[in-house]
Design a protein around this ligand. Structure first.
Ligand SMILES: [Zn+2]
Ligand SMILES: [Zn+2]
Length: 262
């Protein structure tokens, strides 16, 4: 299984996951053009894509979905409540391109196993995904207000995680955001702070050289170095050696991460 975080952050999100037979995008919150350029950067032809999965209907996750689905004739998988929100936001999608993927469901797209799980976030019915191929597992969890024990149960045991570290709580508190927005981000239907992310990760990482991609960083209220340091300190307090037991990786708002093979 190969994957790359094509773009990540409050400005737009997209992930590529592929095997020899399946080639999927998780969200396209960047433009079609940006998605094509990012895929080209990692050596993937967009013509090879086989499906798009949608986590939720916020614009930083769906901006380029309609364009990519029409241009490459791709089926889009989302749950029923998310579809109700997508209709009217992503242009015309043929009925046979509309597929349903409900929370808690497991599907096989060619040789790629996919399991969805519900997350707490202020969207219609947001979800995350785990991917399985050849005894390897990749878990994707961003846009969540807190990490429930149910989520931990589903995502644990992965070889790699794409995990949210959205904001530094102090930076957010000091920022010029209106209080209502701050309260929303900090709430349990908002986003994970660096600290909450570190604590959650330290609860389930096993120290088997898992790779953790810190994702969905806020442009205004976070910095990659701060996110990395905060998570690193928490993991090391719990006895996990970063760079050895666990590898922390960066993601970028405007360029893809190196295509990683699991
Ligand atoms: Zn969101
Ligand atoms: Zn988002």
């Amino acid at each position: 299984m190969r994957f790359s975080v094509l773009a990540s952050g409050s400005t737009g999100n997209a992930i590529y996951v592929g095997t020899d037979r399946a080639s999927v995008l998780i969200d396209v919150g960047i433009t079609g053009k940006q998605a094509e350029a990012a895929l080209q950067d990692i050596g993937i032809k967009p013509e090879e894509l086989t499906a798009i999965l949608v986590t939720h209907e916020h614009v930083d996750h769906i901006k380029g979905i309609g364009v990519m689905a029409r241009r490459y004739n791709l089926p889009i998988y989302a749950n029923q409540k998310t579809w109700a929100e997508l209709d009217g936001q992503i242009g015309t999608i043929r009925d046979d391109q509309k597929r349903f993927f409900e929370i808690g469901e497991k599907k096989e797209l060619e040789d790629l196993g996919i399991e969805s799980f519900g997350i707490s976030h202020d969207a219609a019915e947001p979800m995350g995904f785990c991917f399985y191929h050849d005894k390897k597992k990749l878990s994707v969890a961003t846009d969540l207000g807190y990490v429930s024990s149910k989520i931990v149960e589903t995502i644990r045991g992965a070889d790699a995680y794409i995990f949210e570290a959205n904001h530094d709580v102090e930076m957010l508190r000091m920022s010029q955001y209106p209080w209502s927005v701050k309260r929303r981000i900090l709430s349990d239907v908002g986003h994970l702070s660096n600290e909450t992310a570190g604590e959650a990760l330290s609860d389930f990482l096993q120290g088997q050289a898992e790779r953790v991609y810190l994702a969905h960083l806020s442009k205004e209220n976070n910095m990659m170095e701060l996110a990395r340091l905060t998570v690193k300190n928490i993991l090391e307090e719990k006895g996990l050696k970063v760079g050895d037991d666990v590898h922390l990786r960066e993601t970028y708002p405007d360029r893809p991460t190196k295509l990683e093979e699991l």
